[in-house]
Design a protein around this ligand. Structure first.
Ligand code: GH3
Ligand code: MG
Length: 413
């Protein structure tokens, strides 16, 4: 999705600079040089990621444009050349996202990271843990102003239950002083459930206790803020915590997913605890495209790549709760629960859908088929793969486009 950013700035060189910076960051700038011109744009559209507003404009020298945008629920970043304490207070009192001092042309360089952060915030769900309703509501308002999705818990137990249940929660902001379970204990319990890359945690406290920062951090929090905090400090810490979390997740994905098809890679598959340890029988299938080399030879490697991507999507669609991995080349593996009949039915349905599908990327028209080797057994992963591989070999030898099931008696591992 391409987001639009409204810019209202009367200085022509600065306007140019902002426009170039916003475009470079991947957003669409909509430019006005006065409140009057901005209102004309706002009569047509209001769906902006945010507005970047000059505090002092020819037809409103005292931040009037800020109220115009806020009244339309547009998030606001203020540019100001007047950095006196009074202006700063007044700007921040207006529920804006941030202000950027216009002290040099380089100040625009902070805009791209801020826009990226706002865009990415849509994906994050933040759980605010505090027994005080007023405190929860205040933190909620700060978070929602930056497009974060907010959930609330009144105590530690409730928070833990929510984090266990709701996989979307990526950040917990917890107060220290709460009945029954204090914030540090909440952090310790959360860290038993989630790693740094899965969940970020920020501690808060209004206590005078100087040891609290260290206690929160040692328990596994990513950061700590003493109350009362000002909005700017809160946003700085929030952004650095979320940026670190996003980087960690990006690195995790780069290390563990297949770059082309975005399914898990071979290493992740074999190292995953679910793969290594198991209780009882489970299903595993090895899937290989038939005569895939011909697709490459006939239509080019690029079309081959598209085929692999589409097949991977199809496997994720058929087996959303299974673990789909690319083992290499055009061979994929699916590890999938214990329901043998259900697994076979879905594999057959996928094989049949594929057989009937006509692919037509870039005006090329063709179909592909797959061969499948499948095993259901209570056995170590290496044995499952070996047995499925033998079945796959038989499927190929038997004419391809078919599923062969392992019929050996289960060996208890
Ligand atoms: P079979 O039915 O026996 O499996 O025949 P096949 O042609 O599918 O198998 P073969 O092992 O002979 O060829 C596999 C081909 O897959 C050769 C290789 O160029 C191609 N391949 C492997 N990885 C990729 C990739 O990432 N992209 C593309 N486009 N092709 C790939
Ligand atoms: Mg093949």
């Amino acid at each position: 999705m391409e987001y639009k950013v409204l810019v209202v700035e009367d200085s022509r060189p600065f306007r140019r600079l902002l426009e170039a910076e916003i475009r470079k960051a991947g957003y669409i700038p909509c430019i006005a040089d006065s409140i009057e011109q901005a209102e004309k744009i706002l009569n047509q559209e209001t769906d902006f990621l945010c507005a970047i507003l000059d505090y002092c404009l020819p037809d409103g020298q005292d931040g009037e444009i800020i109220d115009v945008c806020l009244s339309l629920n547009i998030k606001v970043i203020v540019l100001t050349a007047m950095m006196d304490a009074r202006t700063r207070e007044r700007v921040l009192a207006k529920t804006v996202i941030d202000y950027i001092p216009k002290d040099s042309p380089s100040c625009v360089s902070s805009i791209a990271p801020l826009l990226n952060r706002l865009e990415k915030n849509h994906q994050h769900h933040v759980l605010v843990v505090d027994d005080s309703l007023t405190a929860r509501r205040y933190v909620r308002s700060l978070l929602e102003r930056q497009y974060l999705n907010v959930l609330e818990a009144q105590n530690g137990q409730e928070a833990l239950a929510m984090v266990r249940r709701d996989k979307r929660i990526s950040l917990v902001i917890t107060d220290y002083t709460m009945p029954e379970m204090d914030g540090v204990s909440v952090v310790k319990a959360l860290r038993k459930l989630k790693t740094d890359g899965q969940l970020a945690i920020i501690g808060l406290s209004g206590e005078e206790d100087s040891s609290l920062t260290a206690r929160f951090l040692k328990a596994g929090a990513n950061d700590f803020l003493a109350k009362p905090f000002n909005q700017e400090e809160f946003y700085c810490r929030l952004h650095s915590t979320l940026n670190a979390l996003d980087t960690e997740r990006r690195l995790f994905n780069m290390a563990n997913t297949d770059y082309l098809t975005q399914v898990w890679n071979r290493r992740y598959f074999f190292e995953h605890p679910h793969t290594r340890s198991h209780k009882g029988p489970r299903n595993l299938a090895l899937i290989d495209i038939d005569h895939f080399k011909k697709i490459n030879d006939q239509f080019g490697h690029h079309i081959g790549d598209i085929t692999l991507i589409e097949l991977a999507k199809m496997m994720k669609r058929y087996f959303p709760e299974g673990m789909v991995a690319r083992f290499g080349g055009e061979e994929f593996c699916i590890l999938y629960g214990n329901d043998e009949l259900g697994f076979v039915r879905r594999l057959e349905a996928m094989r049949e859908e594929l057989e009937k599908t006509v692919w037509s990327p870039y005006d090329k028209t063709f179909s592909i088929t797959i061969s499948i080797g499948m095993v259901h057994a209570d056995a170590h992963i290496d044995e499952l793969v070996q047995r499925a591989d033998w079945c796959l070999y038989q499927a190929k030898a038997g004419g391809r486009n078919q599923l062969i099931q392992d019929s050996q008696t289960d060996l208890v591992s």
